[in-house]
Design a protein. Structure first.
Ligand SMILES: Cc1ncc(COP(=O)(O)O)c(C=O)c1O
Length: 422
């Protein structure tokens, strides 16, 4: 595809100093380090069959317990998933071999899209390279092409939604987080003849709070707006078949688009949207981020489908997941640690300072063989830096005991703030 050229201005003066591009990169990184916001990756080797334990490479190799994975149910190592991946790999080979339109559609994609449509009780579903790309491509396409569209975006929406909306160049109105009354007010201010799209999430991944989906749908319906729900941190985890919070609340049919990931509770990789046949076909037909990229590897699609189908009928993982999260929250609170209250499976523990958050994480890793990544700005606002703990059904009582003792020791050693009565 040809891309349009931007006019380049001539140099204003011959004496102007040329940009030192590499100095620019180094300065930007130095300023991240100075703020404590420079990201350091933990070099891990997940071992199928041993999750949540993993090998940590840091010169030497040592075993750690992972407490911050989004493989929320451990489906990344489930025997049914591994068997499906291995079978598809043996049958179809490593890659898809093309874009969906040009030789890349594998039968595993077709089956997976049908499985996803069924999961959300929608007529159609469409796969993307990731949940990020699904949001980016679907929102950009819908908002750019709907006539004179205004997007109403929850103030706490994920970067992928924000980027999609930005990319569309449609007008954007940000409504107060999880606030139907504010959404109502803001929708009232926009002319009835403009297309309207309300975009929000169900479970917000850093605070763990949950949207009032029914109330937001009430408002959107009153104003004739389309609704777009990101269920990335809920699919597989909530609802009788793992269809997400919208399924749990019995409101999935009121959402025009349900978006999700295959990379978290389903233990695989990829993203999707589900909706009406025409809406999904529209995105399939116009979304650059869907059209011009290689399709998911067939074995990845096969593994994701095995996880989805398993979780449609098995509730054991979901029930134990909720029980483990509730137990961890309770144990940490009893130890006087500052757990941020919420109704979901996410367990944020407030530190409130970027440098201390990193120090706490480092000490957990080096002294206690516990891996919890620090969550700093810009992922969360400054002053709310935290450890985000994600219990899974595979964290046993012994692992929880060790986590609580380790956090207690780290909080004492670094003199971190506790709950008022801690
Ligand atoms: C709310 C939300 N939406 C979308 C995504 C992107 O999903 P994926 O990791 O599949 O790209 C994330 C990522 O972590 C997320 O937290």
């Amino acid at each position: 595809m040809a891309h349009s050229a931007r006019p380049v201005m001539a140099a204003s003066t011959a004496a102007a100093t040329p940009v030192d591009h590499y100095r620019f990169f180094a300065d930007a990184l130095d300023s991240l380090r100075a703020d404590g916001n420079y990201r350091v990756f933990a070099d891990l080797e997940r071992r199928a069959g041993s999750f949540p334990r993993a090998d940590h490479h840091d010169g030497a190799v040592s075993e750690v317990t992972v407490w911050c994975s989004n493989d929320y149910l451990g489906m990344g190592q489930h025997p049914k998933v591994l068997r499906s991946v291995q079978d598809a790999l043996a049958k179809s080979g490593a890659g898809a071999g093309g874009t969906r339109n040009i030789a890349g559609t594998n039968h595993n994609h077709v089956l997976l899209e049908a499985s996803l449509a069924d999961l959300h009780r929608k007529p159609a579903a469409l796969l993307f390279s990731s949940g990020y790309v699904a949001n980016m491509a679907a929102l950009a396409t819908l908002a750019a092409r709907l006539p004179n569209c205004v997007v109403f975006s929850d103030a706490a929406n994920h970067a992928s939604m924000i980027e999609g909306i930005r990319h569309s160049r449609a007008d954007k109105v940000i409504f107060r987080h999880n606030d139907p009354a504010d959404l109502d007010r803001r929708l009232s201010e926009v002319a009835p003849d403009r297309a309207k799209l309300v975009a929000f999430e169900s479970v917000y991944s850093m605070d763990g709070d949950i949207a009032p989906i029914a109330e937001l749908c009430d408002v959107a319906e009153r104003h004739g707006a389309l609704t777009y729900l990101d269920e990335v941190h809920a699919v597989g985890l909530y609802g009788p078949r793992g269809g997400g919070v919208a399924e749990r609340d019995g409101v999935a049919d009121r959402l025009d688009v349900i978006q999700g990931t295959l990379g978290k509770a389903f233990g695989s990789f990829g993203g999707y949207i589900a909706g009406s046949r025409d809406l999904v076909d529209f995105v399939r037909s116009f979304a650059s981020g869907f059209i011009f990229t290689t399709a998911l590897p067939p074995h990845v699609a096969a593994g994701a489908r095995a996880a989805i189908e398993h979780l449609k009928s098995s509730r054991i993982e979901r029930e134990r997941h909720q029980e483990r999260a509730a137990t961890v929250k309770c144990r940490l609170a009893e130890a006087g640690l500052p757990v941020m209250d919420n109704p979901s499976h996410i367990v944020p523990v407030l530190v409130g300072d970027a440098g201390l958050c990193r120090l706490a994480s480092d000490r957990l890793l080096t002294e206690h063989a516990i891996y919890v990544q620090p969550i700093n700005y810009p992922t969360v606002p400054r002053g709310t830096e935290r450890l985000r703990i994600t219990p899974t059904p595979l964290h046993d009582d012994d692992a929880i005991d060790r986590l609580v003792m380790a956090l207690d020791e780290v909080w004492r050693r670094l003199d971190l703030p506790r709950r008022p009565n801690g």
